[in-house]
Design a protein around this ligand. Structure first.
Ligand SMILES: [Zn+2]
Length: 346
């Protein structure tokens, strides 16, 4: 018996097939010292009207990423069922324990929810929640938009992202949806530690999967919120759930999203040792291979020179270091390049 076929311990009074608007909670059991039968309530709003595709919008899978929490909450409060053809499932704060603690990891089990998929109904709190998302919520969805930012790890160039999908038709559909979302960039990437992510579950079920990186550095990115709100409505228009055409005009005057990729390991710069990292560029900046990426400083030692880091690849900065103090092995910069289909010589 697969884990997904085991009954979840999480319950909800939401009826995914009911017409109209429902605003309620998932109720996840959490036994604690002061409440043996205690539960954690996870907000969910479902708007359904007639027939049409189902779009699942998720935010707060990491608690310290705010743009999805804000934009999906606002959409959930304002979406009129009469305007909808199909169904929109909105979960602005999936990992509510982490959201309320303002942390990437869950304070309940110290796990990264986005490394717990496909989960386990009898596992830790995060594993139980991952199992519910995969086994109960995802089967309803045709399109999934999972709104992330770079949290405290990085700042990010405002972007959607997707895996490089071997299936050409699905890759084309996903790139079209990313173009409709209308962020300044869409980054196609070859995954980092991807087997246990939500995205991997979405893809395994044949559902169109879009992610985002719309800010970071532990703050609310003003432009990231604007792009998120526009992007969510744009995807609903693209899917035919809302009427109208996506608005994709960019602030720099270009008409549409620029498709980029992060494919090669030399796109990543890692701190060779611990110290204070001084980056030399902001997200979106153009950089050259061999150019100075930044310096690791050892302010605790007099006269010890800083270590200079250099980019190994030319492109634009997708991710720029977050915390000033880097640990050995921390990623401190990611360079993206213009998207190109792989060739046999790659
Ligand atoms: Zn995240």
């Amino acid at each position: 018996m697969s884990e997904a076929s085991v009954k979840s311990r999480i319950t909800t009074d939401i009826d995914f097939d009911r017409e109209g608007r429902q605003a309620s909670y998932l109720r996840a059991p959490l036994s604690r010292n002061t409440s043996g039968w205690g539960t954690i309530e996870i907000p969910i709003v479902v708007v359904k009207n007639g027939s049409g595709p189902t779009v699942l919008l998720t935010g707060g899978i990491h608690g310290d990423e705010y743009e999805g929490q804000i934009s999906i909450s606002r959409l959930a409060a304002s979406l009129d069922p009469a305007d909808v053809s199909g169904r929109v499932i909105m979960m602005p704060a999936v990992n509510i324990p982490a959201v309320m603690a303002d942390k990437r990891l869950s304070p309940i089990d110290d796990r990264d929810l986005n490394r717990c998929f496909p989960g386990n109904p009898r596992g830790t709190f995060s594993e139980m929640l991952a199992h519910f998302m995969d086994g109960v919520v995802l089967p309803h969805a045709d399109i999934s938009v999972d709104v992330h930012t770079a949290g405290h790890s990085f700042d990010s160039a405002l972007s959607t992202n997707m895996h490089y999908l071997p299936d050409e038709a699905m890759r084309g559909r996903t790139m079209a949806a990313a173009g409709a979302f209308g962020a300044p960039y869409n980054v196609v990437f070859w995954g980092v530690d991807e087997g246990a992510t939500f995205t991997s579950c979405v893809e395994r079920r044949g559902i169109l999967s879009l992610g985002t990186e719309l800010g970071g550095w532990g703050r609310v990115n003003v432009e990231g919120v604007r792009i998120a709100e526009r992007g969510l409505r744009n995807v609903l228009r693209h899917a035919g759930v809302l009427a109208g055409e996506p608005e994709t005009a960019q602030r720099d005057g270009s008409a549409a999203t620029r498709h980029m990729m992060v494919r090669h390991q030399d796109s990543f710069s890692f701190a060779p040792t611990a110290g204070v990292f001084e980056p030399r560029h902001m997200v979106g900046d153009a950089v050259e291979a061999g150019e100075t990426a930044g310096f690791i400083h050892f302010v605790e030692d007099v006269d010890r020179p800083p270590i200079e880091l250099r980019y190994k690849r030319s492109g634009l900065i997708w991710m720029s270091a977050g915390p000033g103090r880097a640990a050995r092995g921390d990623c401190v910069a990611v360079v993206m390049t213009d998207y190109a289909e792989p060739t046999d010589s790659d």
